[in-house]
Design a protein around this ligand. Sequence first.
Ligand code: VGL
Ligand code: ZN
Length: 201
Amino acid sequence: MTDTALIVIDVQNDFCPGGALAVAGGDLIVPGITALMADAGAVVLTQDWHPGDHSSFASQHAGRAPMEQIDMPYGPQVLWPDHCVQGRDGAEFHPDLNTSRADMILRKGFRRDIDSYSAFFENDQTTPTGLDGYLRSRGIGKLVFCGLATDFCVAWSALDAAKLGFDVSVRLDLCRAIDMGGSLDAALGRMKDMGIALQRG
Ligand code: VGL
Ligand code: ZN
């Protein structure tokens, strides 16, 4: 269907077992994503792409540890282990992800002072990435999301897409979550409240 895009969020080495911010079972979703690509009108891959001194890294904040939360000028921010550093192996896509099927590869989180969970807006929820315009100019109105992690980059992207007026579904069976401090349940609740179709197959 030419009006439907598959948006594959951050299926990168650092979010897979053995990576710096490994999500349990992150690698297991790759074959199912490959199968979904066959029917998609368009395929967009996103890539978390941070400078080595990114402000979301706990290593940049004296006395702070990964998974703590701090207040940034744009709002609360979880501090992460160093991950998806530009040009390093951890930032590469999982080797089995079919990158040649991608119409577009969108990199995000490349500004030192601001994180970008969502594929549409950075974490100030204002600065656009350009993806909205790309999809609209291609006449795409329906989006199917999958990838990593359910409760962060997938949820924030899907929620922004719904706010922007796209018809949104999330293939939960082709996502995996970080799930810290109730983050998965909270994200699922927010997506449900926004009318996003949560599918398990
Ligand atoms: C993500 C935390 C930090 C994600 C990216 O892809 O969900 N999570 N950076
Ligand atoms: Zn990141």
